[in-house]
Design a protein around this ligand. Structure first.
Ligand code: C5P
Length: 279
């Protein structure tokens, strides 16, 4: 299973010489997931169901990187069932990439060291390393530095997606230095998780940039925020909106209301490390 992630808080500290940005984020794995199945084959083939992905998708890239790095000659047939919306701020492609690395390590019995898997993950994308750890984590650097946090109390969220894709690169490119911050508000949330096993919604430096680029994302956010005031935020570079709800029934009710606007919605819960649900 390849779960989605949400960013409970995301601050950008500044730009880097390599064109990326240093950030601080608290990331949480949630129950929405894609599934991947792998079989031995004489060539490498990836079949995607549930979404139209290009030939150069992250599963194909992860399989290529894995074979190259570990000198594997065998092939594999991987089937991906997509449920996580694509280019939505939910890390779907990154989670599929991490799941591919784990799946191939198992399929080919390579027993790759975790350091080797982590290096491949970081090369594949900034969010991929988080998914090798999962659960709740404080993430920094470009995304490659992942500090696991203790499991939180069971938490319900609603995800609301207005139905269009957003390029992370486009949002970062439009981010101006006045949006940079010192990471203190995000670190406070990480420390709340450590001390009280509770979460709250923080800030997202990319949110105002997304709203300037995509007014429809702002409208979607306002509609979700009306149902969970002060507990609603954009996840990643958007456009999916994350709302923290008090219970499963509250989350399902809010998801039902927001669906009436024509949005894709899902009531999801937090996932602890190693795939244990916390419910
Ligand atoms: O690493 P990933 O391919 O997901 O990043 C997509 C784009 O988002 C990068 O090309 C970069 O423009 C931007 N980005 C960034 N700083 C990060 C992560 C992503 O500037 N820490």
């Amino acid at each position: 299973m390849a779960h989605a992630k949400v960013n409970l808080s995301l601050e950008v500290l500044g730009s880097r010489p390599d064109g990326f940005h240093n950030l601080v984020s608290v990331m949480q794995e949630v129950s929405l997931h894609d599934t991947l199945q792998g079989m031995h084959s004489d060539r490498v083939a990836v079949q995607v169901e549930g979404a139209a992905l290009g030939m150069d998708n992250l599963v194909v890239r992860a399989a290529g990187r894995f074979r190259e790095r570990l000198g594997i000659r065998e092939g594999c047939h991987i089937t991906v069932h997509k449920r996580i919306p694509v280019a939505a701020g939910l890390g779907g492609g990154s989670s599929d990439a991490a799941a591919t690395l784990r799946l191939l390590d198992h399929l080919w019995n390579t027993r790759a060291e975790s350091r080797v898997l982590a290096n491949m993950a970081a090369d594949l994308g900034s969010d991929v390393p988080f998914f090798l750890t999962g659960g709740t984590a404080a993430v920094s650097g470009r995304g490659e530095s992942v500090e696991p946090l203790p499991a939180t109390q069971p938490t319900w969220y609603v995800l609301t997606n207005p139905g269009f894709e957003v390029s992370t690169a486009e949002v970062f490119a439009a981010l101006t230095p006045d949006r940079w911050s010192d990471g203190a508000r995000t670190r406070e949330i990480a420390s709340m998780v450590r001390k009280e096993a509770r979460v709250r919604i923080g800030v997202n430096a990319l949110q105002p940039v997304l709203f300037e680029l995509y007014p429809a994302a702002h409208l979607c956010f306002e509609r979700a925020e009306a149902l969970a005031p002060g507990k609603t935020i954009i996840t990643g570079s958007g456009p999916t909106v994350l709302s923290l709800l008090g219970s499963r029934s509250d989350a399902e009710r809010a998801a039902g209301s927001l669906r009436q606007f024509g949005y894709w919605t899902a009531a999801v819960h937090s996932i602890n490390r190693k795939g244990d649900t916390c419910l």
